[in-house]
Design a binder for this molecule. Sequence first.
Ligand code: FRU
Length: 483
Amino acid sequence: IEATRKYRPTLHFAPKQNWMNDPNGLVYFEGEYHLFFQHNPHDTVHGPMYWGHAVSKDLIQWEELDIALHPDELGTMFSGSAVIDWHNTSGFFPEKPGIVAIFTHHLDRGAGKHAKESQSLAYSHDNGRTWTKYEGNPVLEHDTKIDFRDPKVMWHHETNTWVMVVASEQTISFYTSANLIDWQFESEFGDGIGAHDGVWECTDLFELDVINQDESKWVLIVSVGGNHSLDVGTRTQYYIGTFDGTTFTADPESIDWLDHGRDSYAGVSFSDIPEADGRRIYMAWMTNSKYAQIVPTEGWRGQMNLPRELSLRKHGNIYRLYQQPVRELDTYFTRKYDIHAEVVNQSSEKSYQIDAAPVDINLTIENKDASQYGIQVYHTDEQWTRIVYEAETNRLVLDRANTGNVGFSEYFLQQQAISLEEAKQLKLQIIVDASSIEVFVNDGAYALSSLVYPDQPCKRIEVFAADGSIEIVEGHISTFVKQ
Ligand code: FRU
């Protein structure tokens, strides 16, 4: 079937046609961000996996290129990462540096048999346009683990070594290599710590400075697969701790969900962002295993979350991962409403006409004495998303039961919530695109991503309060401008 425009995002990457899942091989090289992705070019559901490919100069506008990696006799192309081999450690780049992809070969072996998963390499001399598979593939197998996939490779400066983290059933395995080809097992992390609701998938490891401290910490990201008995489906958790080149040790107090909404999974960060930039930029697949294959788009299915800049802060003795949409996004918006000291109560909700999309809503709200308050995004007069802060429970709840096309899955009707610390003020950023809402709380201390399928992106926005009043201390609402 032909891909239709309906629900197609403006600011979020979606494939031109057919199925997409995880972001793969996120890497920056010679002025381009590369986004490879799990792709079935034959259908709008998961199937034999290829690596699709898109490039961008600013992380927002993507140009989809030809498929990068095709299945071969060792299997289909499951998730993985990419690095620049600056010093030709692999021997693939005698002339000039280029990109190496480290991916999982997934080989189905027929009914009643487990698929075989192993790690393999491919390299490109022309900025990811064409690829050669390494003749010695696979480069890493496991004797016992059945689920053994999604390698993420990084260069570890202190030890001058490549480090691979790879999901191995319900743990993360750590390997090292001098040349990307020969891998040495170092350690395994995860037994008895964090969520084990499902198989562990897509992982990532990186170091970040702690913004309000004179130290740095390591972040380990783990996607936790869906479990049939759990309504929440697929989620991503993070661990913060130390890493010495071979072993990761988690601070047991600093474990949390990365996104408190249903729709953010299999996320990983870009490799090789220049030091002068210095950002750690993360991208995830914006959906959930509970309904990823049945969301109501036609001819295409799957989109990414907005790319987010990650940072760390310490509160008491807990480290927390912060995330904010990348600053490049700002150039796509212009201010429509500036708001100052606006009081809202039961009988005086404020309404802002929008009739455009995407929309970027930024509000700092102080609660005087309301029992609840919030923002209602009217997609049309009859279809809305409600984002409510409940004072009694200190929760921010997103309700999408009335957003339009919701009947394809019972799980889509359930509320999503963030439990917050008690506070009089709340700073909210809400980005509304054609079929998604992403909420960032208190400068990125919490995120909540949610798909929605309304007939129109956004007609107007209402700020309301119940049983008392609130003040919009300051804020602005901005709408999309084409670049
Ligand atoms: C996560 C995942 C990965 C795997 C890929 C297959 O969504 O299951 O573990 O490599 O998707 O498409």
